[in-house]
Design a protein around this ligand. Structure first.
Ligand SMILES: Cc1ncc(COP(=O)(O)O)c(C=O)c1O
Length: 354
């Protein structure tokens, strides 16, 4: 259950970024041992960085403000001005991060098509790698997103990723995984997160989404890479001082909030099954692998239906002909059923089938 406004109960399915910290996180925040992290002296940050590195099977970790900053410092650590990064056209770094890698790094994003689940084809990756001749841009990095946000939260397996990462590594090109929801992928696939990150040289994951922290993301990789990422973070003004306040919640999240992501995945599936029965809404529940449900809306534009839902207390993001729902900590199966009743009502009021 969520909050209520003007006596309308609000069920907020816009994003898992809306999650509130758990009581244990709030206690850990209050009691955190602190130091100046720019001097490397915050013991709680240091512990979080070590735990994150261990969970992703990397040498070192770095706490950053957000997933976007994690992606940006990773790109800046791998690529310089005039270099290229091969990336799927629907990747979050392309669609939702304000062109930051190009704007601040002078790096070209070489967007190749991705399939329905956000995967890149080996052929597209092979063709996008530049020859090493003098006048070509240097292909500096291959970028994978897992889970893939616009790919209905698809969880990409090690084997799937390996088919393209192996090509990059064969050419001496490093690989970055934007794993904002890496632990959703790991839980959905039933493998340790370190298996997924083993195909990449660097990985980011968010503490602030399904893991319910108030703020923070992690970048993990080799010690040498993290050294460069740390410099990039400082350059962006992202050196934080007593950041143990943030890290304390992160440690609780990594200890207590990973396994429960399965509940969010079950709720997303439940939501998709209900939505698939509504006239004018198209979604295949078999395509829902984690906590993200995109539907396409026939008839009236999706934002009109989303507005009718909002007026009745169910919030979701929409654009063009799609609406996106995200399940998360704080939303249970009863909330999903209630949301379905509300959406059914809003659909009857707005969508003309066909
Ligand atoms: C796949 C992916 N990467 C990166 C981000 C950026 O994270 P943040 O909102 O913390 O900047 C998001 C946010 O939703 C995301 O879905």
């Amino acid at each position: 259950m969520q909050s209520s406004k003007n006596n309308v109960r609000i069920i907020d399915l816009r994003s898992d970024t809306l999650t509130q910290p758990t009581p244990e996180m709030r206690r850990a925040i209050a009691e955190a041992e602190l130091g100046d992290d720019v001097y490397g002296e915050d013991p709680t940050v240091n512990r979080l960085e070590e735990v994150s590195a261990r969970l992703t099977g990397k040498e070192a970790g770095l706490l950053v403000v957000s997933g976007s900053m994690g992606n940006l410092v990773s790109a800046l650590a791998w690529a310089g001005r005039g270099d290229e990064i091969i990336v799927g056209a629907d990747a979050h770094v392309i669609t939702n991060e304000m062109g930051s890698v190009a704007a601040l790094g002078g790096v070209e994003m070489r967007a190749v098509p991705n399939d329905r689940r956000g995967m890149l084809s080996p052929e597209a990756v092979r063709n996008a790698i530049r020859p090493k001749a003098g006048y070509f841009p240097r292909t500096a990095l291959l970028w994978i997103e897992n889970t893939h946000n616009r790919g209905n939260g698809a969880a990409l397996s090690v084997d799937e990723m390996w088919r393209v990462t192996d090509i990059a590594h064969g050419e001496g090109i490093p690989v970055h995984i934007d794993g904002a929801r890496l632990f959703n992928a790991a839980v959905a696939l039933g493998v340790p997160a370190s298996d997924l990150s083993s195909v990449a040289d660097s990985v980011t994951f968010c503490l602030s989404k399904g893991l319910a922290c108030p703020v923070g993301s992690m970048v993990c990789g080799s010690r040498e890479f993290i050294g460069r990422a740390r410099r990039a973070r400082k350059m962006l003004g992202g050196g934080m001082r007593q950041a143990g306040i943030i890290a304390a919640a992160g440690l609780v999240a990594l200890d207590t909030m990973i396994d429960r992501l399965a509940e969010d995945h079950d709720n997303a599936k439940r939501l998709a099954v209900g939505l698939s029965r509504m006239p004018g809404i198209a979604v295949d529940p078999a395509h829902i692998e984690t906590n993200i449900v995109y539907v396409t809306v026939g008839g009236k534009p999706a934002p009109e239906l989303a507005a009718a839902m909002r007026a009745r207390g169910v919030l979701a993001n929409s654009m063009g002909n799609w609406i996106r729902f995200v399940t998360h900590y704080g939303i249970n199966a009863e909330d999903v059923d209630e949301a379905l009743d509300v959406i059914g009502d809003a659909t009857r009021a707005t969508v003309s089938a066909g």
